[in-house]
Structure formats: C-alpha cells, structure tokens
Design a protein around this ligand. Structure first.
Ligand code: FES
Ligand SMILES: [Fe+2]
Length: 451
C-alpha cells in the first residue's frame, strides 16, 4: 500500500488550471483567467457519496477482499463525486497527436460538464481551451477539422487559436469591458507519445507551463519507458475511430477489461482460440496495469489474424486502455518479405531486443467516457504501422474481428449493469489468480475518492 500511496501523491500533484476588432492589440494576454473561475466542491458537498466510498476497504488483501458495493455503479451522488475527483483532476487522455498534425487543426470533446477544444496554433503550439464562448456561453467549435479562428455560431464573437478575443460584434457603448478578460479560458495540455492529454483541475495555476516529463510520470508512472520501448509511439498511423454508447457505468467496462482474461474462454470463443490463455500474466505498476498474453495461432503468409503471438493490454488509470499486438520475429519477417521486400531489411535493422522485441502492426486505444451513472461512451481508435495502411483487406478483416469482440463485451457489460441494479446483488468477490488488476483499479479509485 505504501508504494500505491506514494504514486497517487505524485499522480495527483498538479500545478492549475458595433463590431470591435481587437486584432491589432499588441499587449493581448489570452491566457488570463477570471479569478472567479476557481472553486472546488468540498467534502460537505459529497457526504452521502463519501459514505459509499467507505463501504470498500482497500486494505483487505485480494484473497479476502469483497468488491466495491453495487452503489458505486448506480448511485448518482457517487457518480458526481467521481467526476469531481477522478475525471476533473489529474491528466486525462483526450485524443492523439495526429489529430493536430498541422497548424489550425482542432478537435473538441466533453468530459463530465467540461467542454473542451484542442488546437494547434499558428506557431505550431498545441493549446486547449474550454469550448465556451465568453459572451453568452454558446459552445464555440464542434467536431474536428481545421480553423484559422473560432467564430461563435451564436453572435459571431471571434477568437484566435491562441484563445484571444479578436472580434466582439455590435458592442458599441459597452463599458467596463477589457478584451483581455474575455479570451477563451485555457486548459493545461500536454502530449505523450501518440496521445494528447488534458488536465481539467480548476485549481491549476493559470500559467499553464507544462513540464511534459513530469506529465509522463504523473500519468504513467514508472512504465512510461516500458510502453514507449514497446511500440506505443507516435510513429503509428491513425486508421479509424469507432464509438460505442453502452448502457453501463464506466467502471463496468473497465472491470471487464481488467479480469486477466477470465471471461475470454466463455464470452469470446473466437478470440480464445487465438490466445494461449494459460500464458496470461499481469504486472501492476503505480497507476497502470499491464496484462499480456501469448497467441496460440501460427500466422502463415498473408493468412494472418488480428492477434499475433503476443498481445499487450495496458490500463492507464482511470479510463484509458492501450492495446498493442505483437508478431514473433519469424512471422514479422515473413510479413515484411511478403508485403515490402524492398524495405524489410531497413525495418528489421530498426527493431531491437528487449522484453518485448516483437512488434505487430496494430495498436488500438479505448477511452471510456462517463456519461451518467448507468451510461458510458467507449471510443476506440485504431492505429497501424504506416506501411500496412494500404492493405485494405487486412484492415477490414481486423476491424471486423475487433467489432465482434466489442459487441460480445457490450452485451456482457449491459447485463452486468442490470445485475448491479438488482436488489439481489450487493457486492462480489475476486478470483485472486486473475483479477488482481481489477482489485488494483478499485484500490486506486478508493484512494482517489478519499483524497
Ligand atoms: S454566445 Fe457567443 S457570440 Fe454570443
Ligand atoms: Fe472482453
């Protein structure tokens, strides 16, 4: 528990957070935040929810522990506490760097009640803001794409990609109005490998100076290097996004992911035949757990499945999963020889030895977004090693295989949610040999909610 506590302290340590044309201003300070914006709900706001938190004892060892009570998965006040303490503090994955490849690229999103827009400004700096117009609170941008400025769809106030207010329409006669007070409200933003991270903690300072090494440690702890050395990096190309709205609490989906492959032989019979389930192993880090599994099938020529001989599943607390698939060296070489005779040598030379020295072509990430006590949205992003991007039939087959596994999991998760709401169920038990990552997740959550 000491190591866990130590990490949590670091993980949650954060520094905060008439047409009139202003374009000619030279002294504009777009990151200035109104002092009234910083507040945080206190414990007294969450008395009932905190009682529920205490119904789980994180100190009881796995073998004797009971799971958190069903109220953690159903109660609206508990959900509000989670949004405040889990999702609106600490670093959260929100997108990937390829979405911001060029200046003017942007994307938007929502986490709890925080609406955000992330963009690359004219100077190639990645910036993030609350996606809320400072006039009458209209949402400003929607979706993703390219914009040289953000024009509010309501009354046309216009903001630069640095957040500064460039134009306020028809404000002749306005008094006590300082343009510098009405820029977009900034959010701390950072990148790690292929991912874009935001911090929505209202207590962060408005200086927004982010030390990315520190962010990597706060987000991934001691396994940041392990992941980047094992193929989780920005060289992968984005293929597509699939989104699933699921009628279950966000933690039901996480728990399903964290059972050490327990459900695979029963619920994913197709997938099970490609895995050596007895080889499933779990490593626990500070706020990350990594499950890995060897594949059972041999790949031959172009007849290869989505899973190679090894798969690595990293869960980054609280809600982000990184799945990387590996091929053994001989299969990898055969693939490269088959597809890219001319470049295989170069790629082979660029591979290196280590714990996991075999790269498969795929990575996918799953971001679990809470939408309500009984509803979440899971965003799947698929990435591929760039040279494989043109193999349409391989991509199609892989995505179809993935989709059928997701559908199997969605049915399970929605069934579990119904069970959690039944008067017959209060809490459950862990299978100690396989569900240690799930227990770790629940302990992290308890600590996070009581801090
Ligand atoms: S709400 Fe944006 S310009 Fe009025
Ligand atoms: Fe599953």
């Amino acid at each position: 528990m000491a190591a866990l506590t130590k990490h949590i302290h670091t993980h949650f340590f954060q520094p905060l957070f008439a047409s009139f044309n202003f374009q000619s201003r030279s002294h504009r300070s777009p990151t200035r935040i109104s002092p009234t914006l910083s507040f945080r709900n206190s414990d007294s706001h969450f008395i009932e929810a905190l009682k529920l938190v205490d119904e789980f004892d994180p100190e009881i060892p796995l073998e004797k522990a009971v799971t958190p009570p069903s109220s953690w998965y159903t109660d609206p006040s508990f959900f509000a506490l989670e949004l405040d303490r889990v999702f609106h503090r600490g670093w959260q994955a929100v997108g990937y760097v390829e979405q911001l490849k060029d200046p003017h690229d942007f994307f938007t999103g929502r986490l709890g009640n925080v609406e955000y827009v992330v963009c690359k400004d004219n100077n190639k700096k990645v910036r993030a803001f609350h996606n809320v117009c400072r006039h009458h609170a209209s949402l400003l941008a929607s979706g993703c794409g390219k914009k040289s400025c953000f024009v509010c769809p309501y009354h046309g106030w216009t903001y630069g990609l640095d957040g500064g207010l460039l134009k306020a329409t028809r404000i002749n006669g306005i008094q006590n109005f300082d343009v510098n007070d009405f820029g977009l409200v900034p959010l701390p933003v950072a990148t790690w490998g292929p991912f874009v991270l935001l911090n929505m903690d209202e207590k962060l300072s408005s200086e927004l100076v982010v030390d990315e090494d520190k962010v990597a440690y706060e987000w991934l702890g001691s396994c940041a290097d392990l992941l980047s050395l094992n193929g989780v990096d920005a060289s992968l190309s984005f293929v597509c996004r699939r989104e699933y709205t699921i009628e279950c609490n966000w933690k039901v989906f996480c728990d399903n992911y964290l059972d050490g492959g327990y459900h695979v032989p029963y619920a994913h019979k197709g997938l099970a035949s490609n895995l050596k389930l007895e080889s499933y192993s779990t490593e626990i880090f500070e706020a990350v757990s990594i499950q890995s599994c060897k594949g059972g099938g041999e790949s031959k020529g172009d007849d290869y499945g989505r899973l190679g001989p090894e798969a690595l599943y990293a869960f980054v607390y609280p809600n982000f999963m990184i799945n990387r698939y590996f091929l053994d060296t001989s299969t990898y070489l055969a693939l490269w020889l088959f597809m890219f005779r001319d470049v295989f040598l170069l790629m082979f030379v660029s591979s290196f030895s280590g714990l996991y020295n075999r790269y498969g072509p795929w990575m996918d990430t799953n971001l679990v977004l809470p939408l309500g006590p009984q509803k979440c949205l899971v965003v799947f992003d698929y990435f591929l090693e760039t040279p494989f991007k043109n193999d349409e039939s391989f991509i199609q087959q892989s995505l179809e295989d993935s989709e059928s596994v997701q559908i199997e999991d969605i049915i399970l998760c929605e069934g579990v949610q119904k069970g959690l709401e039944s008067p017959a169920y209060k809490f459950g038990r862990y299978a100690p040999s396989v569900e240690n990552a799930m227990h770790h997740f629940h302990r992290l959550l308890h600590l996070n909610l009581t801090k």
